[in-house]
Design a protein around this ligand. Structure first.
Ligand code: PGA
Length: 253
C-alpha cells in the first residue's frame, strides 16, 4: 500500500512573509492527516527554504528544493549542493522539472547527475518526466517518458532507486489549465510502473510512488487520485493558495 504524497511546487513565487504564512497555515490545518495518512511537502524558492524549514520543523510537512547542483562544492557560481540543502533542513528535491528541461535547457544527462547527487547526499529526489504537446500529438509519449525515466535513473541500483519518487507531468498540462484526464494520467503512470518493473524487481516497482502533476485543482484531485497508479499529486499554482492546497491534501487521503 503506497501512502499518498502531495507536494506543492511554489516555483518563483511568494516572499519572505507570505512563504512563512503559507507554510504555517498548511501545517496547522493539515495536522490531522499530514505525516500518517498522507506525505506532504512544500518546495519554496531557494531563498525562503531555510525560514520555511524552520517554520515547519515541528510539523510533519517536509520541505523540498526545486533544484540542486550535482557537484559537492567549489567554483559553481549560483549553484546549491545537496549538503547545503540537507544542512538547512530539506528532505526532498525536484529533479528535471519541465520548466528546468524546457525553459532552462537541462538535459537528461544533467538531470541524471542531479538525481545521483541528491541520493548520495541523503535527499529524496522527485524525478519529473513528461511529454510536450507536439510529442503527444505525434504519439511519442511512451518513447519520451521511457527515455526520461531510463536516463534519469541510469546507473542506480535498486537500493538507491528506492529513495526516488517519480512525477508524471505532461508539459501541455502545466500551468495551462488543461489537465490530463484521469485515464490519460493512469495510462502513462501504469506504463512508468511497468518500466520500473522491467528494470528493477516487482516489489520495488510496487513501492515507488508515482505522482501526477499539471493543473491539479481541488475539483480534479480526487478523480486523479482514484486511479490505481496515481499515488499523489505535484501541485504548482494551486499550492500557492492555502485553501486549495489543503483541499487537495484532503482529497488525496
Ligand atoms: P501547475 O504546475 O499545477 O501550476 O500546472 C505543476 C508543476 O509544474 O509542478
Amino acid at each position: 500500500m503506497r501512502k499518498p504524497f502531495v507536494a506543492g511546487n511554489w516555483k518563483m513565487n511568494t516572499d519572505s512573509h507570505s512563504s512563512v504564512e503559507l507554510a504555517k497555515r498548511i501545517a496547522t490545518d493539515s495536522c490531522e492527516v499530514a505525516g500518517h495518512r498522507v506525505t506532504v511537502a512544500v518546495c519554496p524558492p531557494f531563498v525562503y527554504l531555510q525560514t520555511v524549514a524552520k517554520t515547519l520543523s515541528a510539523s510533519s510537512i517536509g520541505v523540498g528544493a526545486q533544484d540542486i547542483y550535482y557537484e559537492s562544492k567549489g567554483a559553481f557560481t549560483g549553484e546549491v549542493s545537496a549538503a547545503m540543502l540537507k544542512d538547512i533542513g530539506c528532505t526532498y528535491v525536484l529533479c528535471g522539472h519541465s520548466e528546468r528541461r524546457h525553459v532552462i535547457g537541462e538535459t537528461d544527462e544533467l538531470i541524471n547527475k542531479k538525481v545521483a547527487a541528491a541520493i548520495s547526499g541523503g535527499l529524496l529526489p522527485i524525478l519529473c518526466v513528461g511529454e510536450l504537446l507536439s510529442e503527444r500529438k505525434t504519439l511519442q509519449t511512451e518513447e519520451v517518458v521511457k527515455r526520461q525515466r531510463k536516463k534519469g535513473l541510469a546507473g542506480w541500483s535498486e537500493e538507491k532507486v528506492s529513495a526516488v519518487t517519480i512525477a508524471y507531468e505532461p508539459v501541455w498540462a502545466i500551468g495551462t489549465g488543461l489537465t490530463a484526464t484521469p485515464q490519460q494520467a493512469q495510462e502513462v503512470q501504469a506504463l512508468i510502473r511497468k518500466l520500473l518493473e522491467q528494470m528493477y524487481d516487482g516489489k520495488l516497482s510496487q513501492e515507488i510512488r508515482i505522482l501526477y502533476g499539471g493543473s491539479v485543482k481541488p475539483d480534479n484531485a480526487a478523480e486523479l487520485m482514484a486511479q490505481e497508479d496515481v499515488d499523489g499529486l505535484l501541485v504548482g499554482g494551486a499550492s500557492l493558495n492555502a485553501d486549495d492546497f489543503l483541499a487537495i491534501i484532503r482529497a488525496a487521503v
